[in-house]
Design a protein around this ligand. Structure first.
Ligand SMILES: [Zn+2]
Length: 443
């Protein structure tokens, strides 16, 4: 009598599996076994097929299977402001064009913006993201509906915002968000002061302690541009990293967005305190903030993730494009063609970003990790021929080679079709949202 094989929910087969696991294994003709939303096993197709009795199968023949990309910095509803004002420096762009519209955003508009963002992330192979914006329950609900994994950051300033008269008024909302999603498989929370030039030291400290109390990641835009450094020096007599260091706010639960204007001494400090840094190449280039010294940070052992920033300063939420740019500008910054190589960039967009979210189990295909997977099609002309798949992912891809996106074992997108979103309806919503933005921008 033969013993029956253990069952599993799904067996996904692919020509090449880029695991991004500890050893960066690449498995040819492989398969991933999924049970209860989790990766239960991984190996060659022959081994997995003979070891399990899957309920369902997904054949990704001719494709690369890899972990879903992790967008470690975005403001999802800002898709509403994509292209509303370009070609301006950060402060003028924020004060004249972004903040005036943001002050009038309605819940309905936030939901439409978040939905557009979810659709773009799913289409371009991103399975989880770290957000920062207002009324974050809207993004949480939309991401949950779309089936994406999201970390929500309710943003606050020390001056009155459209949501909160003071920073402290935000704590209640953060606690409410935290408890609303406490049993969610997909949605969690982070504490999100905007920046050192908009949030006072006392509020930075109080919010950091709140994050510690709730066991959450504390994220902030930091050292984004030399202009920010000048403001910080003028206000506090210190550069941004030193300000946070002196307030004792640098730790593994700290995630810093941008870090363009950082010195070698500051990089050493970020490494020593095991701080997570998110690189945002498109946004830094578009706002002329500068080029982050990413290779220097990697060499110093800083955890670096990758993010798109909001769609109004990018103007895409496409992590493949972000990977390509990170590799290219990293070489210019170092004056060295070998700097910020393809593997290091893929590491940033997967494992590094996962750490920035405080979820180190993401960004890899490994036993016990959530089944957040994407398949990448190699049949388009820009993928021919293939010598090194990782080179293609970083340098040759457009992001639209993604042909399957899955979160927690659930398919969100397959061969041109969204499984959890109505794209036709979204198109009409976007037209309506545009009319609204144009009408309020004039006021
Ligand atoms: Zn940002």
């Amino acid at each position: 009598m033969t013993t029956p094989l253990p069952d599993c929910d799904l067996l996904v087969r692919a020509d090449t599996i880029i695991t991004q696991d500890e050893k960066r294994r690449i498995i040819s003709n492989g398969a991933v076994v999924i049970k209860n939303d989790i990766i239960a096993d991984i190996g060659t197709y022959a081994d997995m097929e003979s070891a399990y009795a899957p309920i369902e199968r997904l054949d990704m023949v001719g494709k690369i299977l890899m972990p879903g990309l992790v967008n470690a910095h975005t403001h999802l509803p800002m898709t509403l402001l994509r292209g509303v004002a370009d070609d301006l420096p950060l402060m003028r762009w924020l004060e004249k064009h972004i903040w005036p519209v943001e002050h009038q955003l309605t819940e309905e508009m936030l939901r439409i913006g978040a939905r557009i963002g979810c659709a773009e992330l799913i289409r371009t192979g991103c399975t989880s993201f770290l957000n920062g914006y207002f009324k974050e329950f809207t993004t949480g609900d939309e991401a949950n509906q779309a089936g994406l994994r999201a970390v929500l950051g309710e943003g606050f300033f020390s001056f009155p915002s459209p949501m909160f008269p003071t920073a402290e008024d935000c704590w209640k909302t953060i606690r409410e968000l935290h408890s609303k999603y406490s049993s969610s498989q997909l949605i969690s929370t982070a504490v999100t002061p905007h920046a050192v030039f908009t949030v006072k030291p006392g509020d930075l400290e109080a919010s950091y302690h709140l994050a510690k109390d709730l066991g959450l990641q504390w994220q902030i835009h930091l050292a984004e541009s030399p202009e920010e450094t000048a403001i910080c020096l003028d206000k506090y007599g210190k550069r941004p990293v030193q300000l946070l260091a002196d307030l004792d706010l640098l730790s593994p639960c700290t995630t810093l967005h941008h870090c363009v204007d950082v010195t070698s001494e500051e990089i050493a400090l970020l490494s020593e305190r095991q701080v997570n840094v998110v690189h945002n190449p498109s946004s830094n280039l578009k706002l002329n903030s500068g080029i982050s010294p990413v290779q220097e940070m990697l060499d110093a052992g800083v955890v670096v993730g990758l993010g798109t920033d909001g769609a109004s300063s990018n103007n895409q939420l496409n992590m493949f494009r972000e990977m390509g740019l990170a590799a290219l500008i990293g070489k210019v910054r170092q004056n060295d063609a070998s700097a910020v190589n393809a593997q290091s960039v893929l590491d940033m967009a997967t494992r590094g970003s996962a750490n920035c979210l405080g979820m180190s189990e993401l960004g890899q295909i490994a036993i016990g990790s959530p089944a957040d997977l994407i398949a990448f099609d190699l049949s388009s002309p820009n993928m021919m021929p293939v010598y090194n798949p990782i080179s293609h992912l970083v340098y040759a891809s457009t992001g639209h080679e993604v042909c399957m996106t899955m979160v927690g074992g659930k398919i969100l997108y397959l061969y041109g079709n969204y499984w959890t979103m109505d794209i036709k309806a979204l198109h009409y919503d976007a037209l309506r949202a545009k009319e609204w933005v144009v009408s309020v921008a004039k006021k």
